[in-house]
Design a protein around this ligand. Sequence first.
Ligand SMILES: [Zn+2]
Length: 398
Amino acid sequence: MPELPEAQTIATQLDRCLRGAALGRVVLRLRKIVRGNGSPLGRVLAGRRVVRVTRRGKRVLVHLDPPGTLLFRLGMTGQIIVVSPDCPRDRHVHLRISLDGGRRELRFRDVRRFGGVWFTDGPATGAVDGLADLGPEPLTLTRRQFDRLMTRRRQIKALLLDQHAIAGLGNIYCDESLFAAGIHPLTWACDLDAAQRLALLRAIRRTLRGAIRAGGSTLRDYRTATGQEGQFQTQHRVYGREGHPCPVCGTPVRRIPAAGRSTHFCPLCQPPKNHKPPKTATEYNPRRRPPQANQPCEPARRCPGGTTRDQPSPSVLDPAPGTGRRNQSRAAPARGQGMAWPSPKPVTRLVPARRPPPSPPVAADLRVGRRPHNAHHRPLYRRSGRHLPHEPPPFEIS
Ligand SMILES: [Zn+2]
């Protein structure tokens, strides 16, 4: 699917070859690709000239004079190609616009038909193809904007794919950027520290600029405006390389679903940080936190000896005086320190942590088989097979 580098490559090439070109005859083979208010393109485009071609997110905008904008959304397999009218065409070319009196032709080809064309008089406003809802551009995003974005309580892969958060990033460049930054794709955005946020922003920019220099990534359908294939797919380090060794550490690249997409990452270079949603301050309960290795157990009253998980627990019935955390806090001050702590209360008996009572000795010899629907009045049968003579034998012991 064309992403920011692919759309930027097409926009740059179209801007170079279309500036000043006069639009002529329009041939529309598939009516439904013209979205928006349904303006008849043949009538509104005739006589206009191309002023410049730009990009916004994954969209290509052709600015016209007299004022008007032709917006292309590439969708999954969209292509915009400038060729000679004699160039052979197939059934997936849905729109042809004659240029410069028929000497060239602008073609929009879309195999899967998820793309579309919008036309608006004047500059493209936010109402056209949801332009107003797009997030900021990642190549011009400030660090402050990015830090504010990373405070959201979402997984980082899903956040980067969200066009309302950042415009232009897709599956390929999300995976490559997260790998370059060493961030696991399931990490929560608000769990990233300042160093990770900066590394990720720099990785995104570096990845996108490298991809633009290479003309984008051609995995299947993408072509530049001149019909060439992109070359960045040869520089992919994790995307589409499941099972291949990581170029940094040699660990096989893994593929997992994340944000509804196939996500490629290196399990060693991108260690998981925290896959559970972080709790807010009000939800945080330290008593529920499992004790860490070599850390005193919490709460103290469950482990009066202040033991660690790696040490065998001493006898809680007869601990050494002053070893419990509570006892330590109440211990008498050393001589000469002059503290006014009260004298410690004598500890007569410490009760071990309460354990659940053993399960009752049932169900071992009284497993009941399935009973017929009309036998609810009959007594339960024992597995031993003993039964009263006037009753039927047990049945169907499960
Ligand atoms: Zn690795």
